[in-house]
Design a protein around this ligand. Structure first.
Ligand code: PRX
Length: 650
């Protein structure tokens, strides 16, 4: 972290908003003034941009750490994302322009999307889904993912989207934690030319999910081609999505929801092996998703907005589905990999559809850099007018490359800091207002109260410390599903009275925020959040493993990579085969995204005299640094030997 800080301190480049952009920008300095004058009035103003069935009677009830926003108000999220756009010219506007990885394309106008959502909602209703029921969604990036989410929202059912890259066991655990009654999946999804057999994985999961009554299967693959091998249908339990929808009317009344009714649960990794079901509710979440989409992305009627995140992550919830559709925008959605069939696929898509706003992760930008400028240079990117990044700190070099080679030096860049827990963007530039500095997320969004603290919780005006939030915000998580004690302990106990985000940060003399990464046992691998404990549990689940310790190590492309230190059981011989077997085991337990890059077998792990593994020292080893303080170790030789062994390996 110290090296990173030193580099960032040298960053002196400044990028004021281009004059032409600033002249017509939707976000203005007045927003900051209004929010500073009266934060709650500012958020009420944002909430008024939505359609409410009944207006709220109280803006905020705050009994720390529990917030209620817009109590007394009733609304429906799907009606806000669809119905209200159907009365005027937007009715025939493209809501979703979709490209599948093999090259197939579909466009849904607002009208067509609303009708499809109505049919899907009626189909779920016929399967017995009612308000408050949990529906699990395990789909590739196809329009049906958004349709399924909106259908749940229409009925007041709570969706839990599980990223399609997760394993059967991860899916099973998430379904069981939420006791979902219906699972929506697909026969497969395309990734780098291969079909990921989602239904087969889902079958494995559902075999151990007693709450599941129905499985709905979207047909993604062409009909006929070996259907049975991809989707073996269980009579009575499994239904084809298209057959169910065919029978239904497109008209389905939208359930009036209380502002604080659950909208969705989204699981994310924490510092224990068990993922947390982050709970988001209706009115506050939609208010923040809608307002941030409009101001941060300067969203206009004619824009084509492409957020490359998968709907399995929070970014896909807030900035592929809810935020853009609530604003009546045109969303671009793409199913597959950026390098399929060639490394210019993204730029082909931008040029083909005339994308104007592009929002992606630094890890993708670093891959584009590595692949070379010839790919973006071969395509007409002149429609792009605004770029965004999210998910991890962006190094100034990647920021500059993005600015020059994708933005042609002309597009403002918004680096947006937020989390699954915050629901919407929290720290960001407003294009047209903020002068940006490469590598800094700049300043808090209007109405958001962020404060830096030291280890004792003392507020700091500048310098290095921990990022905390001091006031509740509309999109905040309300609790952890089924475990409010964990909610309180995880977020509100480290610094009493403050929400602790788990991130280290630095604030400079201009009050700009520079994010420095997680300070807890959570890794950020290629923008994906993975708990070290989850990977450790997966490793020790292997019959040959006695003990495992996992750390993150800096990685050029992925930001962080996973390094694992493993001791094997008596009589087991470490080998290259075992290493590969362990990697596969982790993929089976969690998903391919959690496969360790390095696995080092070791006779011992460095422990304190009380038996605690010193991960800090393992990180020093994995990153090739001199070892930090080893005085508390029970046996300092262990770590010295490990370091030698690690260096030999390379
Ligand atoms: O460490 C921060 C990092 O991603 C974490 C949140 O991960 P997740 O809940 O998966 O949500 C990712 C997308 C919102 C944060 O605690 N992070 C997110 N955005 C940034 C970031 N780090 C630095 N700069 C960002 N812009």
């Amino acid at each position: 972290m110290a090296d990173q800080l030193a580099t960032l301190l040298l960053e002196e480049r400044r990028f004021p908003p281009p004059a032409a952009f600033a002249a017509r920008a939707i976000g203005t300095p007045a927003l900051y003034h209004a929010a500073a004058r009266d934060r709650l009035a500012f958020w009420e103003e944002q909430a008024r941009a939505l359609d409410w069935i009944t207006p709220w009677t109280s803006v905020l009830t705050w009994s720390p750490p529990h917030a209620r926003w817009f109590d007394g108000g009733r609304l429906n999220v799907a009606a806000n994302c669809l119905d209200r756009h159907l009365t005027g010219a937007r009715r025939n506007k493209a809501a979703i322009i979709w490209e599948g990885e093999p090259g197939d394309r579909r466009v849904y106008t607002y009208w067509a999307l609303a009708r499809e959502v109505g049919r899907a909602a009626n189909a779920l209703k016929r399967l017995g889904v009612v308000k408050g029921d949990r529906v699990a969604i395990y789909l590739p990036m196809i329009p049906e993912a958004a349709i399924a989410m909106l259908a749940c929202a229409r009925l007041g059912a709570v969706h839990s989207v599980v990223f399609g890259g997760f394993s059967a066991e991860s899916l099973r655990d998430r379904i069981n934690d939420a006791t979902a009654t219906v699972l929506i999946t697909a026969d497969g999804g395309y990734r780098r030319g291969q079909v990921l057999p989602l239904k087969r994985i889902a079958d494995e999961a559902v075999a151990q999910c007693p709450s599941i009554e129905h499985v709905v299967v979207v047909r993604r693959r062409p009909a006929g081609e070996g259907d049975e091998s991809f989707a073996e249908m269980t009579e009575g339990r499994d239904h084809w999505w298209h057959r169910l929808l065919d029978r239904e009317s497109p008209d389905c009344p939208a359930e009036p929801m209380e502002a604080e009714d659950l909208l969705f649960i989204l699981y994310t990794s924490g510092t224990t092996g068990q993922p947390k079901g982050i709970v988001h509710t209706t009115g506050g979440y939609l208010t923040q998703a809608t307002a941030t989409t409009r101001y941060v992305f300067d969203l206009r009627e004619e824009d084509i907005f492409w957020c490359t995140a998968d709907v399995g992550w929070i970014t896909g919830h807030s900035y592929v589905v809810y935020g853009p559709l609530a604003n009546g925008a045109t969303v671009l959605m793409y199913e597959g990999a950026p390098d399929w069939p060639e490394r210019d696929r993204f730029w082909k898509i931008v040029a083909r559809h005339g994308v104007t706003i592009f929002y992606t992760a630094p890890t993708a930008i670093r891959a584009f850099m590595k692949w070379g400028t010839k790919h973006p240079a071969a395509h007409d990117l002149s429609t792009l007018r605004l770029l965004g990044t999210v998910g991890e700190p962006i190094n100034p070099e990647a920021w500059m490359w993005y600015h020059e080679h994708i933005g042609r030096g002309a597009c403002p860049i918004v680096d947006t800091w937020w989390q699954t827990e915050t629901g919407g963007i929290m720290i960001t530039a407003l294009p047209g207002v903020t002068t940006t500095k490469p590598g800094s997320a700049t300043t808090p969004f209007p109405g958001i109260s962020v404060e830096l603290v030291d280890t004792t919780g003392k507020a700091l005006a500048k310098g290095g410390g921990f990022l905390t939030l001091t006031e509740p915000w509309p999109g905040m998580l309300r609790t952890i599903y089924g475990d409010d004690a964990r909610y309180q302990a995880t977020y509100w106990s480290r610094f009493p009275g403050r929400y602790f985000a788990g991130d280290g940060a630095k604030v400079d003399d201009d009050g700009y925020w520079w994010l420095l990464g997680r300070v807890d046992d959570v890794l950020n691998v290629a923008g994906h959040r993975i708990g070290t404990m989850e990977v450790e549990s997966a490793l020790v689940d292997h019959p040959d493993v006695a003990e495992a310790a996992v750390v993150g190590k800096a990685h050029d492309l992925k930001g962080q990579a996973i390094a694992a230190f493993v001791t094997v059981k008596e009589g087991v011989k470490p080998s290259a085969e075992l290493r590969e077997d362990l990697r596969e085991h982790v993929a089976r337990k969690i998903g391919a995204i959690a496969k360790p890059d390095d696995i080092l077998f070791s006779a011992d792990l460095p422990k304190t005299r009380s038996g605690k593994i010193m991960r800090r020292l393992l990180k020093d080893i994995a990153e090739g640094r001199a070892l930090g303080d080893t005085t508390t170790l029970a046996d300092p030789n262990v770590v010295a030997r490990l370091k030698e062994q690690y260096e030999d390996k390379e």
